[in-house]
Write a protein that binds this ligand. Sequence first.
Ligand SMILES: *Cc1c(COP(=O)(O)O)cnc(C)c1O
Length: 430
Amino acid sequence: MIFENTLAFAQQLDKQDILAHFRDRFYMPHHNKKPVIYLCGNSLGLQPKSAQVAVQQEFDDWAKLGVEGHFQAKNPWKFYHHFLTEKAAKVVGAKPSEVVIMNNLTANLHLMMVSFYRPSAKRYKIMMEVSAFPSDQYAMETQAKFHGFNPEEAIIELKPRKGEYTLRTEDIIAKIHEHKDELAIVMMGGVNYYTGQAFDMARIAKSAHEVGAMAGFDLAHAAGNLQLQLHDWDVDFAVWCTYKYLNSGPGGTSGVFVHERHANKPELNRFAGWWGHNEEERFLMKKGFKPMEGAAGWQLSNAQVFPMAIHKASLEMFDEAGIENLRKKSETLTGYLEFILNEINSAYKTRDEGQNSKFKIITPSDAKDRGCQLSIIVSENGKKLFDYLYENNVWPDWREPDVIRMSPVPMYNSFEDVFRIGEIIKQYYK
Ligand SMILES: *Cc1c(COP(=O)(O)O)cnc(C)c1O
């Protein structure tokens, strides 16, 4: 698409946008008594108006029914997980039996590592991207220690080439083959939280399998953002949170994918709880754990109905919008932001005869290598630009040491939002 940096053009794109009406179904935060241009959907997605209604339903049933709500609530609590799996599976490109919603992200990552990181003296290494999200770093460090390994030796970090910010797939593949005899697992983000780079999960999983290793992904920044195909990509496991692109509330519940090929392996080591036990005899209180087939067999506890009610409401909107439609809009929306930022930058380059650009976008420019987010390193005093944007009702987020992250989200951001971001940045540099 040929973009134009004009209000009329942005408004024309909004008019053609089949998803535009979803914006009104969210609460937009206000600042200086005006709605903000919210670009933090990669950190905490906005509140769907339907979330309160969904939670109120459970409050009402709890008040009216007490413990009987497990069976008699409108959405019986005993089966609450079941209401989420089908729609969550669509969002990540999986079969319903491969998905379960439970716990929180980092807890789930550890549970998956219990099953899929089974190191031996020779094959014990974990490969991950350098500067992964801290929780993932700490999880991998302590997993290595738990099995008696020195994390310094056990963890292989994938680093960009000198002078580059993002990883090249061919370098990831080469590294996997370089460590072919000692690699136990590749565990990395689906989209890196800092650079916004989306990784080629299918190729990474394939290479890991070629050398006899497992492949797991943390999809915190990918779920609800990319069009995922976890089943077809042959990923062993994945975990994600629901409060970022999936708009399911602060600290909300989390999702787990376990590939069908591991669905029925009771011998797979796991840390179990009663909710993973065969549903037919869960309440017989018998000795001896018999896991359910599929991802459900990794459940520990009975349903967290309140966060799950929010997630249910949000998943209904994803189902209605369609992840393919969201992704299609997202590519154009983020492409439009990139176009506007580049135009502002090149105006200054021309003025300084190419000497100075004001900022650099470190996120890959090819749509297939990124999701919504663009990460920007500002040449001079990035925090000052960030503060200016914030005061002027544009809310990106700031990540130490020096990145401004902007994520226009197809569910509730508009092309006009993106146009206005450009106008405010121009005003700052005037
Ligand atoms: C947001 C995020 C987390 C957060 O973990 P919680 O357990 O939900 O607190 C972990 N890992 C990655 C990659 C993230 O982006």
